[in-house]
Ligand binder design. Structure first.
Ligand code: ADP
Ligand code: MG
Length: 505
């Protein structure tokens, strides 16, 4: 018989079969995991199965304890092997997400490890991360090894609990007495490890202190170790947040480029280049102003924590509105890009125009009331039903009417819808207000984008100035046009004409 020789088993699989016949799950698992086709072990399983007795060397995980004489290292490893945490798989995912394994040492973390060794008065301190088959030291004091097998790791035990895991004298502990780290270099006697618990509850490893003589931590030292462990996690998580933020910023930059590309795709040659340059420099300017406000104000808030709550609140409100303004700008740009690139296609539908007008007017009642304006609309019976894209018609009317309400005070806003066009029916929308009006020169720039001339009564010129640019793009998309007449102090009249007889899609 080949007992003890470790030669390949000529009857590979016999032990599995035997264990199955004995219907002993522990044996089955042993035969699969541990036998590995070695004849001596296989024979042992077959014997056990035949006798159907329980071997005292059978470990809870189904493995058999190796012979301490013949296989001292394997024996020690098996005796001291910590069970896997129940959340091992997710735990490892969390560890990998932190992207810290096999990275160079870092001063911040080394300082915390050094502090642990100093305050606990031990020659060795480690920041250990428990990987699948090993523990790897991100930071170490008093030890040269960069990693050790997980089977031998004290830390593999420490990550099974939330509290500090302490071994006063490893030679007295059956789990560690035969551990090579105890029987030979570095001759561990004392171990205390604080698990590194992430905010989402995963124990990545430990901050641990080790001594070559038996001892114990004072209550205070135990507390220190726990607090330092939390600091280590805070550092690791901070690094991860910064990484995520950097990634997102990059993605945002990439998106912006795409947006701009899409916008200019529709334009041609020189025209495109000129427009692109002009538009980009304006967009940059428009975005820079609120961005500067956000950065400047938030820095003030960060530096000055003495500031009284009212001023803080005011600053925060400004930051918030600057942020909202940027969002509006980005949304406006997205709308424009979608129209110009054809992504926002026309969907012709037969719909009730009178109903749509009533809805828009209802939506704008509050805006009219804010400026103490009357708002009235009439719809010619001949254009009560039309074929066009109702979503786009609604947006056009909303933009023009919202401006009329906004740049008028104590006055009148009217919308009259009539039929125009001789052969093919067109819907004509006339939106008139008695508000501040615009000069010749202002009118010339109205559709250029980012133009704002007047402070409205509701707000201090905080609009994006993209509303009319988008509106004109929508009118053209529907095959129509928009014109405007105005005079300062005398009010403004917009006329929108749209084909009303398309083929419903
Ligand atoms: P926003 O309303 O966001 O400022 P718009 O493109 O809608 O941007 O309008 C651009 C500018 O044109 C406004 O800031 C305003 O100065 C002027 N304007 C638009 N409509 C009117 C109107 N009905 N009466 C007077 N000024 C107007
Ligand atoms: Mg507007």
């Amino acid at each position: 018989m080949n007992e003890g020789t470790g030669l390949p088993c000529p009857r590979r699989g016999a032990c599995e079969a035997a264990a199955a016949i004995a219907r002993d799950p522990a044996l089955s698992s042993y035969s699969r995991v541990y036998c590995e086709g070695r004849h001596d072990r296989c024979q042992r399983v077959v014997q056990l199965a035949a006798g159907h007795d329980v071997d005292p060397r059978l470990l809870p995980d189904g493995r058999l304890l190796p012979d301490p004489e013949r296989e001292p290292v394997a024996y020690a490893a098996a005796r001291g092997r910590a069970p896997l945490p129940p959340d091992e798989q997710q735990r490892r995912v969390a560890l990998l997400r932190h992207d810290v394994l096999d990275t160079p040492a870092e001063a911040d973390l080394d300082e915390l490890t050094a502090l642990a060794s100093e305050l606990c008065g031990t020659p060795i301190a480690l920041l250990s991360l428990v990987d699948e088959e090993r523990q790897w030291f991100k930071s170490r004091v008093g030890l040269d090894a960069r990693e050790t097998p997980r089977d031998q790791a004290f830390c593999a035990h420490a990550i099974l609990q939330d509290e500090v895991f302490e071994v006063a004298d490893a030679t007295e502990d059956p789990r560690f007495a035969a551990n090579p780290l105890v029987t030979s270099d570095p001759s561990i006697r004392f171990y205390a490890g604080a698990p590194l618990v992430t905010t989402d509850g995963y124990r990545l490893g430990t901050l641990c202190v080790i001594d070559r003589v038996p001892r114990a931590l004072s209550d205070q030292q135990r507390r220190v170790l726990r607090v330092l462990g939390r600091q280590v996690v805070a550092q690791l998580e901070l690094r991860e947040s910064v990484r995520v933020l950097t990634r997102q910023t990059r993605a945002l930059q990439a998106n912006r480029q795409e947006l701009v590309d899409a916008f200019f795709e529709a334009l041609e040659g020189d025209e495109r280049e000129d427009l692109q340059r002009a538009f980009m420099s304006r967009l940059t300017h428009e975005l820079r102003t609120p961005l500067n406000a956000i950065i400047g104000l938030s820095e003030l808030l960060l530096e000055d924590d003495e500031e009284d709550p009212l001023t803080r609140r005011k600053d925060l409100t400004l930051i918030n509105s600057a942020g909202r303004h940027m969002l509006e700008l980005v949304n406006g740009m997205l709308d424009l890009a979608a129209i110009e690139s054809g992504a926002d296609a026309v969907k012709p539908t037969r719909f009730d125009l009178e109903q749509l007008v009533r809805d828009v007017v209802a939506l704008l009642r509050p805006a009219a009331r804010r400026g103490n304006n009357t708002l009235r609309a009439t719809v010619d019976a001949r254009v009560e039903t039309v074929v066009s894209d109702p979503t786009k018609v609604r947006q056009i009317l909303f933009n023009v009417l919202a401006n009329a309400c906004e740049y008028t005070e104590d006055g009148e806003v009217t919308l009259a819808v009539t039929r125009a066009g001789d052969e093919r029916p067109r819907a004509r929308f006339e939106i008139a207000d008695s508000g501040v009006g615009m000069s010749e020169e202002q009118l010339a720039r109205l559709f250029e984008g980012f133009t704002r001339f007047t402070d409205s009564h509701v707000r201090e010129s905080t609009g994006t100035g993209l509303g009319m640019t988008i509106t004109r793009a929508l009118c053209e998309l529907l095959g129509g046009e928009i014109t405007v007449t105005s005079a300062p102090g005398e009010g403004t009249t917009f006329v929108v004409e749209l084909p009303a007889d398309g083929e419903p899609g």
